[in-house]
Design a binder for this molecule. Structure first.
Ligand code: GLA
Length: 413
C-alpha cells in the first residue's frame, strides 16, 4: 500500500516536472525530424556578392575555392546557389528547369560537380508564385513536383523565399514544402526565408532546420535603420540584425536554428574589426555560418577570420544553446554562450568609434565573483591565466575581444 502511494507520488512528480518544463519552454515543440543540421549549417551562398549574375562556371569555381582555401577543411560544407538559376518557364512536364544560358549543363551536373569536391549542394526557390527578382516561377502549388525534382538532382539544402505570397499563410506554405521534401526520402536541409515577418521562431521548428529572423543584411555597420521595419525585408546593417536576436535565443537548438542571415565578413563595407566582430557574435548566436564573399580572392586577414577554428568551435558547440547579450552599458556590451564542456564563450563588444575597455564580471555569466576561472583569447590564441571576479580588455572601435572562460577548477587546453 505504502509502496503504491510512493509510486503514485513519484509518477505525479515526474509529470509535474515535465509539465513545468513544457510551460517554461512552450517553443519546445518537436523539431523537424530529418536528423540534419544538428549544429548550425556552414557554407557559402551566391547572393550578396553576385545577385543574379551567376552561372555554372562561377559556382564550380566557388566550390573549388572552398576546398583550396581551406574553408572545407574548417567545416564549411554547403555551396548554395541563390536566386538567378531558374529559367523563366517550367518545362512541358511542369518541372523547374535551369536557365539554359547560365547553366547549360543543368543543375544535376552542377550538383554532381559540387559533390565530387566533397561538398553539398544548395538551391533557392520561393514559396510564392514567382521568385523575388528574377521573374522565374516560384513553388506555390508545385511543392511535391519541385521537391522531387530537387531530390533527383541531388540537392542537399533548399532555401525557400517569401516573395509574391499575397494571401498565403506562411505556416501552411512552409509546412507543405517541408512535408514534400521529407516525402522524397532524400536528406535535405530546409531553410525558410520569410524574414521573420510571421515570427517563425514560434512555430517553424517542426517544419524547418533554420529560419531567417529579419530582412536581408547588407555590408554595413548599422545602415538602413529608418527603412528596416517596412515589409519585404529591406537590407540593413548587421548590427541592426544583431539587436533583434536576444529575444529569440530560447527558440533555437540542434536541428532548428534562428538564421540572422549571411556573414558579411570580407565585404568592402566592413572593416576587419567589424568582420571579426560579426563572426564572433554569429558564433555566440549559434547562427548558420554562411559566407557570401568571393572565395577566390580572400585577403589573408579575411581567411584568418573565416578559418578561426576556435571561434568556429564555439558556433558548432554540440549543446546548441544560443547565447545572448548579458550586459549592455552604453556602447559596451557583453555577450555570452554556454558551451557543452561547462565553459562560456564571451564576447566583449565595443560599439563605439573609440577604443574602450570592456569588462565582464563572472556574475554576468552565471559564475561566482570569487570563482577562479581560466581564460583564453580566441583571436590571439593565447591563454590569459586564471582570473577572479572578471576579465577586462581594451577593445578596438567596432571591435571585439572574444574569450572562452573555463569552468571553476577547469583547465584551458
Ligand atoms: C530575398 C532574400 C535574399 C535573397 C534574395 C534573392 O531578398 O531574403 O536572401 O535570397 O531574395 O532574390
Amino acid at each position: 500500500m505504502e509502496n503504491g502511494r510512493n509510486i503514485t507520488i513519484a509518477v505525479l512528480g515526474v509529470f509535474t516536472a515535465i509539465a513545468m518544463i513544457l510551460l517554461a519552454y512552450p517553443e519546445n515543440a518537436p523539431a523537424l525530424d530529418n536528423k540534419l543540421a544538428r549544429t548550425p549549417p556552414m557554407g557559402w551562398n551566391s547572393w550578396a556578392t553576385y545577385e543574379l549574375k551567376i552561372d555554372e562556371a562561377l559556382i564550380r569555381a566557388a566550390a573549388d575555392a572552398m576546398v583550396s582555401s581551406g574553408m572545407k577543411g574548417a567545416g564549411y560544407e554547403y555551396v548554395i546557389v541563390d536566386a538567378g538559376w531558374k529559367a523563366k518557364n517550367r518545362d512541358d512536364r511542369g518541372r523547374l528547369q535551369a536557365d539554359s544560358v547560365k547553366f547549360p549543363s543543368g543543375m544535376k551536373a552542377l550538383a554532381d560537380y559540387v559533390h565530387s569536391r566533397g561538398l553539398k549542394f544548395g538551391l533557392y526557390t520561393d514559396a510564392g508564385s514567382e521568385d523575388c527578382v528574377s521573374g522565374a516561377p516560384g513553388s506555390k502549388g508545385f511543392e511535391e513536383k519541385d521537391a522531387s525534382t530537387f531530390a533527383e538532382w541531388g540537392v542537399d539544402y533548399i532555401k525557400e523565399d517569401w516573395c509574391n505570397t499575397a494571401g498565403m499563410s506562411a505556416k501552411e506554405a512552409y509546412t507543405k514544402m517541408s512535408r514534400a521534401i521529407l516525402a522524397t526520402g532524400r536528406p535535405i536541409v530546409f531553410s525558410m526565408c520569410e524574414w521573420g515577418d510571421n515570427k517563425p521562431w514560434k512555430w517553424a521548428a517542426p517544419a524547418a532546420n533554420l529560419w531567417r529572423t529579419t530582412g536581408d543584411s547588407k555590408d554595413c555597420w548599422d545602415c538602413g535603420r529608418k527603412t528596416m521595419n517596412q515589409p519585404g525585408g529591406y537590407p540593413r546593417g548587421w548590427v541592426l540584425i544583431l539587436e533583434a536576436q536576444p529575444a529569440l535565443a530560447s527558440f533555437a537548438g540542434p536541428g532548428h536554428w534562428n538564421d540572422p542571415d549571411l556573414l558579411q565578413v570580407g565585404h568592402p563595407g566592413l572593416t576587419i574589426e567589424e568582420s571579426r566582430a560579426q563572426f564572433s557574435l554569429w558564433a555566440i548566436l549559434a547562427a548558420p555560418l554562411i559566407t557570401t564573399n568571393d572565395l577566390r580572392s580572400m585577403t589573408p586577414e579575411i581567411q584568418d577570420i573565416l578559418l578561426n577554428q576556435e571561434v568556429i568551435a564555439v558556433d558548432q558547440d554540440v549543446a546548441g544553446i544560443q547565447g545572448t547579450r548579458v550586459r549592455a552599458n552604453g556602447s559596451s556590451e557583453v555577450w555570452m554562450r554556454p558551451l557543452s564542456d561547462g565553459s562560456r564563450a564571451v564576447v566583449l563588444f565595443n560599439r563605439s568609434q573609440h577604443s574602450s575597455t570592456v569588462r565582464v564580471r563572472w556574475t554576468d555569466i552565471g559564475r561566482k565573483q570569487t570563482d577562479d576561472l581560466p581564460v583564453r583569447d580566441l583571436w590571439k590564441h593565447q591563454n590569459r591565466g586564471s582570473r577572479k571576479d572578471g576579465y577586462s580588455a581594451p577593445v578596438p572601435p567596432h571591435g571585439v575581444v572574444t574569450i572562452r572562460v573555463g569552468p571553476p577548477g577547469g583547465r584551458m587546453q
